[in-house]
Each structure stands twice: as C-alpha cells, then as structure tokens.
Design a protein around this ligand. Structure first.
Ligand SMILES: Nc1nc2c([nH]c(=O)n2[C@@H]2O[C@H](COP(=O)(O)OP(=O)(O)OP(=O)(O)O)[C@@H](O)[C@H]2O)c(=O)[nH]1
Length: 138
C-alpha cells in the first residue's frame, strides 16, 4: 500500500484543487495536491514539502481528516488528508495542468480521482471540511 499525503488548502472559504497533467496516473482528473511519503519524513513534513515542490506555496497544517484506502488495481494507495492554510507564495504549476479554488459543494461536480471522491464523501470528512471552510479559515 502506497502512503500518499494530500493537502486540502482552504483560503477565504474555498479549497484548492489541482488537475493532473496528461502523463500522470489519472490524466486530467482533479485531485488534492500532494505525494508519496518518503521513508525519512513524517506525513506532515511530506505534505509541506510536496506543496512547496508542486505549487511553490508554503502551507501550514491545521488539522487532519480521516484517511481513505483505494485499490486502483495497478496500485493501492492510502490517501492521508491534511487541512492546510496558506502562509505565502505565488502559485507556480510545476506538476499540474491547472488549479482552481472551489467551494465544498462544487467538489461534487468535479471529475476527481476515485480516492479523492471517497475522501470527500466520508461523512465525517465532509462535515469537518464545511466547518473549516465556514468558521476557521474564512
Ligand atoms: N498527490 C495526490 N495523489 C493522489 C491523489 N489521489 C490519488 O489517487 N492519488 C494517486 O496517488 C499517487 C501519488 O503519487 P504522486 O505522483 O502524486 O506522488 P509523488 O509526487 O511523490 O510522485 P513521484 O514519484 O513522481 O515523485 C498517484 O498515483 C496519484 O494519482 C491526491 O489527491 N493527491
């Protein structure tokens, strides 16, 4: 099982989603940016590193959501989500095709990677996300 962290970056009540490029495992689908955990780092260190590498943004971890596991047949992943706030930086697309800011409700309309769909459909994750978007990070 591959351990993958992802960041749900919330800013002004909206969430950053990123579209995979054509050479990725899930071309043109949307995901929460992140990547595989290395053996010499914690999950939180991983997500901060990945967001800097992929998007040139500095983020701070505010909390963790419940991980989900998904088997894509060619590989199985454990997707480990962190709610993050923006600290600094201007977005550079080092890895993705595009990014956009969406509301929690708009996530349902996106063509998300399967693991990410599961992640946002988990009731406790959804409730927690709405709370963050509404109260803590507006
Ligand atoms: N980063 C990220 N990966 C996801 C998500 N959902 C999902 O199924 N994945 C899959 O999990 C795997 C993570 O690999 P990655 O390619 O992002 O990781 P990485 O940046 O460390 O890759 P690298 O080996 O090219 O350095 C990919 O197969 C990716 O498609 C998600 O929300 N975020």
């Amino acid at each position: 099982m591959i351990q993958v962290t992802c960041a749900i970056i919330i800013h002004q009540g909206k969430i950053l989603v990123a579209q995979n490029n054509e050479s990725s495992d899930h071309p043109f689908q949307w995901e929460f940016p992140g990547g595989k955990v290395k053996s010499d780092e914690t999950e939180k260190e991983c997500i901060v590193r990945e967001i800097k590498e992929e998007l040139n943004l500095t983020v701070e971890v505010q909390g963790a959501l419940t991980p989900v596991e998904h088997d894509y047949q060619i590989k199985a992943i454990r997707l480990i989500p962190f709610v993050c706030s923006l600290v600094s930086g201007k977005i550079k697309l080092n890895d993705h095709n595009a990014v956009k800011w969406v509301t929690v409700g708009e996530l349902d309309e996106l063509d998300l990677a399967e693991a990410d769909k599961m992640l946002i459909q988990t009731t406790e994750n959804r409730d927690c996300l709405k709370k963050y978007a509404r109260e803590k990070m507006h």
